[in-house]
Design a protein around this ligand. Structure first.
Ligand code: ADP
Ligand code: MG
Length: 343
């Protein structure tokens, strides 16, 4: 039922978007990767671009979702301990995930799957695992153990007790792929993959798109608006998926160091980045690292990503943002938050 209303709401939003403006536009709502996705394309080939985009999103779901039968990630996990032949595309994405894991001191780790499952975030019933249980699982959360070899074709081998979960990077990567399709058809537009938003080009009048950043305590409200173009905006927050047991709320961003939901004093992190896959993975990493360690990511990744800006929302009502967002982030002064620059 919830899914039905989300789809209906997304469809209504699309109608209102498409009703205005002279340039030809088209919209599509797609349900993939457990997410309601809203695509809006502008340009004379908008319909063709959206048709291809939908097909691409289903293809990526099949490729990247560890629960999809016949999927490549699923095959690697089922074959743990032995080499599994994969596509060049998957090998490249896993290599990127491993690289980001390395450069974030393991705060982002694509081998987090066994711990996600222990908490029931893999789809089964939510539960709080015991400490001894986590201690058995944690040595397997280690992206260093992923072996990628390239002989006649790429092959990936994970440890016998390991399993891959690309949930922290898949939607951002999907945004990049759909963006390429829009560009191929000469379209601009907005690719909203359930809150991971990729902006393609600029609006037809040359101005920036505007993206609302949700208030993590009230996702129907927003704490500010970003004016941006040609980039991806990803927010990782405690509100996305969680459960409450004995009065304690547990969310789905796990600190690989403890095996427990990250407690970094943050309730959400938004990353603005030229590249969607980086934006997605780094939003998860930044959430785990907390403000001080995450702020260093900007320097660490400066040579790889031309744009990397961050917005942190703390549990005690502060919004801290990197200085590159001056004039780009418009705070919602009625939100009750205080807004500050990162020092
Ligand atoms: P969402 O996908 O809900 O928008 P995120 O981008 O923050 O949110 O990704 C959370 C997902 O990433 C989890 O559902 C899980 O699949 C995976 N994940 C959780 N913790 C980590 C981690 N420390 N490193 C890598 N992936 C993680
Ligand atoms: Mg992420």
């Amino acid at each position: 039922m919830k899914r039905f209303f989300s789809l209906l709401l997304a469809a209504l939003m699309l109608l209102s978007l498409c009703a205005c403006g002279a340039e030809k536009s088209a919209g599509k709502v797609v349900y993939a990767m457990d997410t309601v996705m809203t695509l809006t394309a502008y340009g004379k080939d908008a319909d063709t671009a959206l048709g291809e985009a939908e097909f691409e999103l289903y293809r990526l779901e099949q490729l990247l979702d560890r629960f999809t039968e016949d999927g490549e990630v699923n095959a690697i996990n089922a074959n743990a301990g032995k080499p599994t032949g994969v596509s060049d595309e998957l090998a490249a994405l896993v290599a990127l995930a491993q690289h980001i894991s390395d450069k974030t001191s393991g705060a982002f780790d694509p081998t987090i799957a066994p711990v996600m499952d222990a908490w029931g975030f893999g789809g089964s019933e939510f539960r709080v695992p015991t400490q001894p249980e986590l201690e058995v699982l944690l040595p397997n959360v280690d992206a260093d153990q992923i072996l990628i070899s390239y002989e006649d074709r790429p092959r990936i081998t994970i440890g016998t007790m390991q399993a891959l979960d690309l949930g922290g990077i898949a939607k951002g990567y999907a945004g990049d792929c759909v963006k390429s399709i829009f560009e191929k058809h000469g379209c601009t537009g907005v690719i909203d993959l359930g809150g991971d938003v990729t902006l393609v080009g600029r609006k037809s009048d040359g101005s920036d798109w505007r993206v609302a950043i949700k208030d993590p305590y009230d996702p129907s409200a927003f704490l500010g608006t970003l004016s941006a173009s040609d980039c991806t905006v990803v927010t990782s927050g405690v509100y996305e998926r969680n459960f409450t047991e004995n009065g304690v709320t547990y969310h789905h961003i796990i600190d690989p160091a403890t095996g427990c939901p990250a407690e970094s004093g943050l309730v959400s992190v938004t990353v603005v980045c030229a590249d969607g896959a980086y934006a997605d993975a780094l939003s998860t990493a930044a959430f785990v690292l907390g403000i001080d360690r995450a702020a260093a990511l900007r320097d660490a990744f400066a040579t790889e990503t031309p744009l990397l800006e961050l917005i942190f929302v703390t549990g005690d009502g502060h919004v801290l943002y990197s200085d590159g967002l001056d004039g780009i982030l418009e705070p919602n002064t009625e939100s009750g938050y205080t807004y500050e620059h990162l020092s």
